[in-house]
Design a protein around this ligand. Sequence first.
Ligand SMILES: *Cc1c(COP(=O)(O)O)cnc(C)c1O
Length: 230
Amino acid sequence: MLIDNYNEVQNRVREACLRVNRDPDEVTLIAVSKTKPLTDIETLRAHGVLEYGENKVQELVDKYEHIQEPVHWHMIGHLQTNKVKYIIDKVCLIHSVDSLKLAQCINKEAEKHNVKIPVLLEVNVAGEESKFGFSVEGLYASIKEIAMLPNIQVDGLMTIAPFVEDSEENRVHFRKLKEILVDINRKNIDNITMHTLSMGMTGDYEVAIEEGATMVRVGTGIFGTRNYKK
Ligand SMILES: *Cc1c(COP(=O)(O)O)cnc(C)c1O
């Protein structure tokens, strides 16, 4: 069941790429395993799936410590500065850098471990009240300072699009994020060459891919609906 779901999503990723003449290898499917048991991850891992997304520090650390075969962990949820130290040596990419202060904190912790950590800057492109992320203006205001942090590598941008019935409604937001990435790259800021666009979830990943996503974060479409009551 899980593997069928995963394969189905992977096929749709491929088809979305082909519709817009993109190479399917350009797009990484991240299985968002939040709230789901380790056994689900182990089932997919045995099938060769390596990329997993979690949005809570405690859950990520627990799963990291208990998994048998190593996988790549992506931190995709809002991160408090006081918790950075718990995940700094466990994640391959932090998608959710939403403030200069958080970037500075990640830089400091990465320095302690003598590593350079890849991050994405989260942008609230739709300007939703309820969402974390840089405003577009805030991103432009902070990017040069973030670029100077020696133990951070800014690989690209991430967004969480609004929850909508019709995924077409989010096309403008995905297009906007891509435009921002291209625009910032054109500015030739030292240490900033961005390649990664983390955008698209279960409801809208195909549209996101058509607009240039290089990473899609899919939970429900792979693992089924989440039960938060447990
Ligand atoms: C939960 C979550 C996802 C996956 O959501 P689905 O709609 O279940 O695919 C993607 N990105 C982030 C940041 C999330 O928190």
